[in-house]
Design a protein around this ligand. Sequence first.
Ligand SMILES: Nc1ncnc2c1ncn2[C@@H]1O[C@H](COP(=O)(O)OP(=O)(O)O)[C@@H](O)[C@H]1O
Ligand SMILES: [Mg+2]
Length: 384
Amino acid sequence: MTKTRITNPFKPSAGHLPPVLIGRDIILDDFQEGLDNGSGAPGRLMRITGARGTGKTVMLAEFRRMAEQQGWQTISETASAGMAQRLLEKLQPKKGNLSFSFEPSISVMSMGGSLGGVHYEKSRMPLTLRDAMSERLDALEKHDTGLLVTIDEAQAADRDDMVAIATTIQHLTSEDRNIAFVFAGLPSMTSKWLNDDVMTFLRRAQPERLGDVPLAEVSQAFTDTFAGTGMVLKDTPLDLATQATAGYPFMIQLVGYHIWRVAKRHHPQDASITVTVEDAEAGVRDALSRLGDTVHGPELDGLSPIDKTYLLAMAQDDGPSSTSTIAERMGKDARYASMYRMRLIEAQVIEERGYGKVDFAIPYLREYLREHAAYIRMTTGIVE
Ligand SMILES: Nc1ncnc2c1ncn2[C@@H]1O[C@H](COP(=O)(O)OP(=O)(O)O)[C@@H](O)[C@H]1O
Ligand SMILES: [Mg+2]
């Protein structure tokens, strides 16, 4: 008899649906209610924020799956230059690929645009986009369905694109169209867009902040997922695994993936594998080193040398750091240091911990900084 090869159930890569979406029931319910309750329901316009690796992209994919299950059409975009144009092109059905008949409206044609991918004038974009979306909704609403648009990495959007989308949303909402918009992005998207007057619509969007997943739910999901592939993870090895995740979604996948892999390798002959403490410890070590390469490294790459100096000063402490001590370590006055503190809080790299104290918001960043301090100083030209 040939043994069926069981593959690793964990998905430690960006945007990949995990075996279990842990700890996100409330936000999923909010969205489902939005779909059910019709135009004007809060869940019809959402903004999801969270640090890198908290599951924003996966959440958008899950929303699209839910909407499609109800027969909705979905369009997903990732913000970068030309987003409104791409959105428009997705609304223009290609020949031979029609799920609904669609005639270009007079207004679209009269703008000099053809359906062959001509770029529309920027100033006319809001109107064009709105018309295209209305047309699409006309067709969809005949079938009693609607349209979900998801925008990922919204913190990186161009203002022109956001204006076009804002105008479109405002009109379609006031006309009670069967539409839902979900924006996801780093926490900086809040300060970047919410203070802009044109973006009042985003202020009204239901805020959903993706935080840490409760460890009890992590533990349960580990137990179930391992059991699902014929492995037993319990007792001390289970506790080691659970604690190591710190409730951080990406780390949940990394820890699960590497422990599963190590256990398979350590017990190749066993019919039923029970994960040992050694397996769990080795798996956690592998997971941590991957976390550094995929999260800490890129996160630090996006920061300025002084931001990094601030973080290196924090990493000297074993727990929360006093902001005045950090300023001292940096050799700067408190006001100067506080500017960088604010930037780092906004980027959700660190967080406030009571009066005059800050701590790391990304798990294991402290350990990573300590391990790589010399390298970071050298590559950023930080001299002390
Ligand atoms: N609720 C969750 N439970 C378990 N794993 C999750 C959850 N949300 C995301 N993940 C996993 O975390 C990783 C990062 O998810 P992703 O959606 O790419 O994050 P983001 O877009 O916020 O950076 C992926 O490996 C994904 O499978
Ligand atoms: Mg993402």
